[in-house]
Each structure stands twice: as C-alpha cells, then as structure tokens.
Design a protein around this ligand. Structure first.
Ligand code: GLC
Ligand code: MG
Length: 513
C-alpha cells in the first residue's frame, strides 16, 4: 500500500511529459509487484498509448491534469479447496471470523434486519478483498439446517463442531492436517465410556463428532461434573479440553482443539502461504467463543445479548483491551457496529447510506478523481439492487430525481435477459419499474447478494457475477418463500456516475435451491 501511495504521489507531481511520468509510476510500483500484481495504463490525453505489465487485474483509475492513469490491483481473496490452501490470491484486508447462533444469527429477529444489513455491507464493501469465516459449535449437518432458515452468506471456509473441523470450499473438504493433529492422543471411545459412567445426557447423534463428545448438564452441577470428568479422563491417559457454554452444553474435545486453536492453526497456515490477513475480527456471544478472543493479534466483538460466561470473561480479561469491543447492538448489527468502532473499514452499508431521497453518496469525496478502489462494479451492483428494492417497497420517495439513480447508470443499447427467457432493453426494463413504486410496501421484499465477484474483461469493461436471493419480510422457514437467481452483469467505466461505471448487460437465471 505504501508503494501505491508513492505511485499516486507521482501522479500528482508537477506536469511531466508522458513517458517519464509512466517510468516513475513503474518504479513506484515495482516493490508491490509480487503480492498485488499491479498494472498501469495510460488511458487518455493527446497521446493514445496502452502500456501495461501484462498482469490481469481489476481497475483503479486516477487522473493528473489532462492525463488519466489506471493502477489495477488484484485484491480478490478466496479459498483453494482442492489444495486445502486458504490461498488468498492477495492478502485479505479483513478476515471476519464469526460464531453463528446468537452472533451472526439473531434467533429473536424474525425479519433478519441485522443479518441483511451485514450481508449488504459485506457484498458492497468487503466481498472482493476480505474473507468471511464461520466458526460454530454446530456440526455440518446442523449448520446446513440453519442455512435453510436464515439468510446467511456463503463463507470462504467453515470451522465446525467447536473448532474440531476446518472445512474448505463448496464440498466442505476437511483439512487433513488438522484431522491428523487432533488424532494424536485422542480416543473418542474412552470419552464416551466415561461420559456414560457419569450418567450424563448425550446430545443428538449429529453433534457427537470424531473429535467432539457433547452432553447437556445442569448448570448447578457443572463445576463438580467438569472436575470429576477431567480427573477420570486424565487417569485414563487422555489430554482433553472441557468447554461449558450456554449454561447447559458441555463439550469434550482434544486438548489442542477449540475455536481459538483452530483459528490460530489457520492463521499460521496463511502466514506460511504468505496470505495472512491485514486484520482479523472475531465475533462471539458465548463460552465456546472465549478462546477466539485470546488468539494473538485479533480484534474482537462481543455482540449485544451475549451470555453471562462470556461477559464475565470480558469483565476480568477484556475490559482494558482497545482491540475488543462490547457491542450495544445485538448479533450481526453488533458486528457492523464493531467494524466502525474498531476502525476496520467501511461500516455503512448501501442500505444505511441512502439519504432521504434514496440517492447515496456512493464515492466518498476524498476518493473522487483520485483513487477509486477495485470492487467498484461490485459496489454498484449492490447499491443498484438495494435502491431497486427500496423503490419497490416504497422506502424511498416517489419522485423522478430519486428514480434517476437507476436510469442514469444504464448505457444506451444495453439489454437484460430475464429468468423466463425474454430479452429486453435494459433501460426499458428499468424505466418500467418507475410506475411500480411501493408495489410491495405491504409485504416488503428483502434481497441479499451472495458470492459476488468482479473480473476485468477488457480495458475498463468489468464482469460481475453474483447469486441474488429474495424473500418476503417475515420469512423464516425453509425453502418455499425464497427465490434465487444466478446473475451476470457487464459494466463499463463511465465518469460522472455514482460508482464510475454504467451497465451494459444483465443476465438472470433462476436457481433451484
Ligand atoms: C452447538 C453445538 C453443540 C455444542 C454447543 C456449545 O450448539 O450444536 O453440540 O455443545 O454448540 O459448544
Ligand atoms: Mg453462539
């Protein structure tokens, strides 16, 4: 980043002839070549030339006098499931590691307001350069159930069963190194025997995992049971960890397991791969999350409504840390609050940023004409969709100036392919929505965008792909009331638009599940 700033400084320097200026830019960029694959292009002025380092990259443009340059930095962060590498193609800006129940997911919020707000912020501002990780006490089976009930984003990777399983990619491939590490000195059969001897009530079969035996006990007996069980397991030669959460759940794990240990393992792996995140934010609400806050170098948020055991830990251990935030807001809204309080990046989602006209100051004043971060086309997609939904719900005023947010970014001659197989002028499609203001105001629709990705196809032409989910407010049961689309859009740079891009084509295809 320092080099990028140097590069911008060069562009702001007193006028030079084109070539020396480009040479200076090239020199400024050299140190970040390996990690960020930069590309410099001379875009306009009186000399038409295209000068690049030949790396594929995403667009960032800025101008100096008559000249326009683009520095492209590939910031995408993703996971390589096949090689079991966290494999961020560049260093993630933020790795957000969140517990699910009562942290990311609010079981008391039937309209999912907080979660949808987080999703909106993540898709617009973080998806292109950050990693989302879920770390839950649930098994994969129970996690899959949760996904049918709540509008959860697709994370880059998951840590299941209280930090005993690290899984990558769409097929949730387990990390074999982690499995081998936990196998050492662990014997599930012995743990089960001792749990039975104490007559403890085992949890559902799905929650008894190769490296996790879980039961439910009375809070008042907890200290005695934990003492006896650990003594007996020690006598049988096992080195275990016992975690008590929610005032009822008791998990027995290998000593080296747990949410904190799993995160430390992951961070170490990323460090070895050269892709450790710039910042990590851990988010939790209960006893099994305590370890997350103890991992070295992380920021943390204890969300509003957290359990007594975690609040007690915070009072004793966390209160004076400037990296920990005790949120006022519940669950996902508490996470958004912490992103702002801990200065980890943008914390206003497009949904929140819209003023009373629904017109959003998309590009901050400081960015105008200087440096537009990569991910602008993604942000435009999220903002456009957010505005569109608000228009249909009657949540923005019904006036032509406000509606212009949509029409002003549509290129002439652009087209839209509908899920039902009809192709229409994009401008016509959008314009036809003007008369539909407030159509869904009685049963508001909520939309969230998942798996959003941006790719530069040619100079100044960007392709964005995403999964769009739509539901009616109040929805919380499986399947029936949620509709999903795969969407692809082609956008092109255009000055003067809210995000510096305009729409050329949109293609939507319905998805089955
Ligand atoms: C989740 C798991 C359960 C575990 C609890 C506390 O609810 O499903 O097995 O005991 O978290 O860690
Ligand atoms: Mg929880």
């Amino acid at each position: 980043m320092a080099s990028l700033q140097a590069c911008i400084a060069v562009a702001r320097a007193p006028p030079l002839s084109h070539s020396p200026c480009l040479a200076l830019l090239a020199r400024a960029l050299r140190p970040i070549r390996c990690t960020l694959r930069p590309q410099v292009r001379f875009l306009s002025g009186d000399m038409a030339m295209d000068w690049s380092f030949n790396w594929t990259a995403q667009g960032v443009s800025f101008r100096r006098g008559e000249m326009r340059f683009r520095v492209s930095l590939k910031e995408e962060a993703s996971v390589d499931a096949k090689d079991q590498r966290v494999g961020a193609k560049a260093i993630p800006k933020l790795m957000l590691v969140s517990d699910l129940d009562n942290t990311m997911v609010d079981h008391l919020d039937k309209s999912h307001t907080g979660l949808l707000r987080f999703n909106n912020l993540w898709a617009a501002e973080y998806a292109h350069n950050s990693l989302l990780v879920f770390s839950t006490g649930r098994s994969l089976e129970k996690y899959t159930q949760l996904r049918t009930q709540f509008p959860l984003l697709t994370p880059a990777l998951c840590i299941f069963s209280v930090g005993t399983e690290i899984c990558y990619g769409a097929n949730m491939e387990p990390d074999q190194d982690w499995v081998n590490y936990l196998n050492e000195g662990w014997n599930q059969a012995v743990v089960l025997e001792e749990v039975k001897r104490l007559n403890l009530r085992l949890q559902d079969d799905s929650e008894i995992r190769p490296h996790k035996v879980s039961c439910q006990i009375d809070k008042k007996d907890a200290t005695e049971i934990i003492d006896t069980l650990s003594k007996r397991l020690k006598d049988r030669g096992l080195n275990v960890k016992l975690i008590f959460s929610h005032g009822i759940d008791l998990d027995v794990l290998p000593k080296g397991a747990g949410k904190g240990e799993a995160l430390a393992f992951l961070l170490q792996k990323m460090r070895r791969e050269g892709s450790a995140p710039q910042e990590t934010l851990v988010c939790g609400d209960s006893g099994n999350d305590i370890e997350l806050f103890e991992v070295e170098g992380v920021n943390g948020v204890i969300v509003g409504g957290a359990m007594e055991e975690l609040r007690q830990w915070y009072d004793i251990n966390g209160k004076h840390s400037s990296r920990l935030h005790l949120a006022k807001e519940r669950c996902a809204s508490g996470i958004v609050e912490a992103i702002g309080e801990l200065s980890l990046g943008p914390h206003l989602s497009p949904f929140d940023r819209m003023n009373s006209n629904g017109i959003q100051p998309a590009v901050k004043a400081s960015e105008k004409g200087q440096l537009t971060p990569s991910g602008v086309a993604q942000r435009e997609v999220v903002e456009f969709n957010t505005f569109f939904t608000k228009w249909m719900n009657g949540e923005v005023p019904n006036n032509p100036e406000s509606f212009q947010r949509l029409t002003s970014v549509i290129a002439s001659g652009s087209t839209m392919v509908y899920p039902w197989g009809v192709e229409q002028s994009l401008l016509q499609s959008v314009t036809s929505a003007q008369s539909k203001h407030g159509l869904t105001k009685d049963k508001k629709i909520r939309v969230w965008i998942d798996c959003i990705q941006e790719q530069e196809l040619a100079n100044g032409v960007l392709m964005v792909t995403w999964h769009s989910w739509q539901m009616s407010e109040g929805w919380c049961l499986a399947g029936t009331e949620r509709k999903g689309y795969f969407a692809t859009a082609i956008l092109r740079e255009k000055e003067g638009t809210p995000n510096g891009v305009e729409w050329l084509r949109v293609h939507e295809t319905p998805r089955k599940s």
